[in-house]
Design a protein around this ligand. Structure first.
Ligand code: ZN
Length: 393
């Protein structure tokens, strides 16, 4: 297993309190209510988009469940762990034996891993070794033992079935938090045995305020907040990409210019240019140290490009049915105007639908280049913009 066991420990994190979590009041309230009700469910399912605070909340929640003297505010509402007791101190050192975190690094540590293969799923071997076989061990410092499974959407069916055995008859001290961006891929039997806590996308104003607080200039912060669609985690990664030299706004502009341009040669080269941008962004994403496989980086880069195009067509629609003031990205007003004249509101809604379909295709691991070529043809198929074939579409 090599370093696998070490990776289970949270390394030197400051254990967050509920007050450190931005914009998830409803989720936190639900947890506080569950705690005050006294009978805690053994399995929580934290679901919601990536990068909105699920993992941070899971750590805060764990800190509270393990702490000997949880803190309350004036209204007698649970707020944070004490930070002083044995378990709090052990957690802060990243050495609390009563917390086990199963994160994506473990995907490659399975005993049943095939030679040379890079797995991105949690297999049965991993769940058996790091969860099922550890459940029987009693807590050491606290009265509870907690397992956090990050990115539970990576559990394959056999792994979920192994987990199910624990969910059916958990020891009284055992609590599991499944963190999941796509709960629909979990078995219904796993979902039905879990207490669901929903995390929502954050308002753009919350994301931009947080970016500005981290030192980003206002204009860039607003742009990145819009692009990250309510995910503070993604927004911070995009800010890091900017700092690593990826000029997102320039890439964005060049793609939109290509979309609007009526010249055939530009059109023919656009899919190619987009593939180049995706490659560059994916490599930059790896350079800034975000852990994911090369394929995942490419897919994330592809999704980012789709978000750029989506925001644009949403503005085109707003411009076509409302007015110029209603568009969210004023720097593209000239391009929005041209596109709105060419395709009108029905073309814009058609394009938006096509972009959503392209997003699903990319999530389903379809060939990215084909997805983009198809999308561009569909978009150019609306209104008066000539298509690849040179006809007037
Ligand atoms: Zn404590």
């Amino acid at each position: 297993m090599g370093g696998g066991a070490n990776r289970l420990q949270q390394t030197g994190v400051v254990v967050p309190g509920f007050t450190d979590i931005v914009g998830q009041e409803k989720a936190i309230q639900a947890l506080q209510q569950a705690y005050h009700a006294g009978r805690l469910p053994h399995c929580f399912l934290f679901c919601g988009p990536k990068g909105v605070g699920k993992f941070t909340t899971a750590l805060a929640w764990t800190g509270l469940l393990l702490c000997r003297q949880p803190q309350y505010d004036r209204k007698a509402t649970l707020t944070s762990a004490c930070g002083k007791c044995d378990t709090c101190q052990a957690l802060a050192k990243g050495a609390c034996p009563d917390l086990l975190v199963l994160s994506r690094e473990l995907c490659q540590y399975a005993e049943d891993a095939e030679e040379g293969s890079v797995s991105t799923e949690f297999r049965k071997g991993v769940i058996k070794e790091f969860l099922v076989s550890k459940v029987a061990l009693r807590p050491v410092l606290s009265s509870r033992r907690i397992f956090i499974v990050d990115e539970a959407e990576r559990l394959n069916t056999e792994a979920q079935n192994a987990l199910l055995k624990v969910l059916e008859e958990p020891p009284h001290y055992c609590h599991i938090v499944l963190i999941c961006a796509r709960p629909q891929v979990l078995l219904s039997t796993v979902r039905s045995r879990s207490y669901k806590i929903e995390f929502s996308r954050l308002p753009h104003a919350v994301v931009s305020a947080e970016l500005i607080r981290c030192g980003l200039e206002d204009k860039l912060a607003f742009y990145i907040a819009a692009l990250s669609n309510g995910s503070l985690g993604l927004a911070k990664e995009l800010a890091a990409l900017e700092q690593a030299g990826v000029r997102l706004a320039e890439v964005n502009r060049s793609v939109l210019v290509g979309l609007v341009d009526g010249i055939q040669a530009v059109k023919l080269g656009l899919a190619e240019a987009i593939m180049g941008h995706i490659e560059n962004i994916a490599m930059a994403w790896a350079r800034i140290g975000v852990e994911a496989s090369a394929r995942e980086h490419r897919r994330n880069a592809s999704r980012l490009m789709l978000s750029m195009v989506l925001l644009f067509f949403q503005d085109v629609l707003r411009f076509a049915v409302l007015d110029a003031d209603s568009i969210s990205n004023q720097v593209h007003l000239d391009l929005v105007t041209d596109m709105a004249r060419a395709i009108g509101p029905s073309g814009a809604s058609g394009a938006i639908e096509a972009i959503f379909r392209a997003g699903s295709a990319i999530d389903a691991m379809a060939n990215e280049r084909l997805v983009w070529e198809r999308l561009l043809l569909q978009v150019w198929g609306y209104g008066r913009i000539p298509t690849f074939g040179g006809s007037s579409g």
